[in-house]
Design a protein around this ligand. Structure first.
Ligand code: ATP
Ligand code: MG
Length: 307
């Protein structure tokens, strides 16, 4: 196939094929060890240049076209959640994949450690206020899932949450998973489509990227000493991620577990997943009725007859 001249249908079909192996809709069977962070499907590093071009030529263009319809239709909203260990490439994936979309229809929020005001509320509060409007794509760079990740790995964070002590029992993570599942179902019933991405980087590749951040002066700003401290908890994080995906991957709000040791591959899978999601909505530009058509004809006449 000459991919430089792919039709929309061909792009969507290719996107589905690329995204499918990484989409988890039933958490029960999920095992993190089954996903190789270095996986690149049938592609080899030699295909990297071509894939980059393919993403630029087709993927980004397709995403822009679909987003334009989402915006015009103004009914659905799409929430894309990104979770990962440090240096897995969340920021750069978001930057590349969304590079062609109209900024007017896209909102990105990064969730850091909660503020004093945020800790004075339930943990979904700060996320609820940032949900995307209809017609928009909302991106959460980290999210309420941190409540089952960093907070689980560091129990002292849970203590700061001012929860009534009798509510903090051994079932708290199961309860959080259930609440999150129900919340995402609620969003789905409201026309907010939720898709979640775990960029799965290996511990070895993270080390390489950290060293690069330390050695390259232009990347120094990205490095923080706390990143090394979190790395010490690698296995606990992996266990927390696995449990989170097992408990929150559902048909209406699937997780995509995306191999993240090769950035060119991560980007193409994430773009494919977003294309697949938007294509499933079967978006159409709103068609105008007879009254509006009359109005358009009258406006055209007026424009053409007057100077
Ligand atoms: P980068 O990948 O570029 O380092 P980042 O997303 O890691 O970006 P940071 O400035 O390092 O950004 O801050 C995010 C930190 O906030 C993470 O360590 C994360 O675990 C923490 N965080 C996010 N949500 C919560 C939460 N609900 N409770 C406690 N900590 C949280
Ligand atoms: Mg960080």
């Amino acid at each position: 196939m000459n991919w430089k001249h792919m039709t929309e249908k061909q792009i969507i079909r290719t996107a589905r094929k690329l995204a499918r192996p990484f989409r988890i809709t039933n958490g029960a069977k999920f095992r993190l060890k089954d996903v190789d962070p270095g996986d690149t499907l049938d592609f080899s590093p030699d295909d990297k240049a071509e894939l980059k071009e393919r993403l630029a030529a087709n993927g980004i263009r397709m995403l822009a076209a679909l987003q334009d319809k989402l915006y015009a239709d103004d009914k659905w909203a799409v929430l894309l959640i990104f979770q990962a260990m440090d240096a897995a490439g969340k920021d750069s994936t978001i930057k590349h994949v969304m590079s062609g979309v109209n900024p007017q229809g896209c909102q990105v929020f990064s969730f850091k450690a909660p503020s004093v005001e945020e800790l004075d509320h339930d943990y979904l509060w700060r996320c609820v206020t940032r949900l995307p409007n209809r017609g928009h794509i909302g991106i959460f760079n980290r999210s309420y899932y941190e409540e089952t990740l960093v907070v689980r790995v560091h129990p002292e964070l849970l203590e700061k949450q001012k929860l009534p002590p009798q509510l903090v029992g051994k079932h708290i993570w199961k309860e959080r998973f259930a609440d999150i599942r129900h919340f995402e179902r609620y969003l789905t019933h409201n026309g907010i489509i939720v898709r979640k991405f775990f960029l799965h980087v290996s511990k070895k590749e993270q080390k390489r990227r950290f060293l690069e951040r330390i050695e390259d002066p232009d990347k120094n700003w990205k490095f923080s000493a706390s990143d090394i401290a979190e790395r010490e908890h690698w296995d606990e994080y992996m266990a927390a991620y696995e449990d989170m995906i097992q408990n929150t991957a559902t048909p209406e709000a699937p997780w995509y577990v995306v191999p993240a040791d090769n950035k060119w591959f991560t980007r193409i899978v994430v773009a494919a997943a977003i294309i697949e999601t938007l294509a499933d909505l079967d978006l159409k530009y709103p068609q105008v009725g007879p009254a509006k058509q009359k109005e358009l004809a009258a406006a055209k006449r007026a424009l053409l007859t007057k100077k």
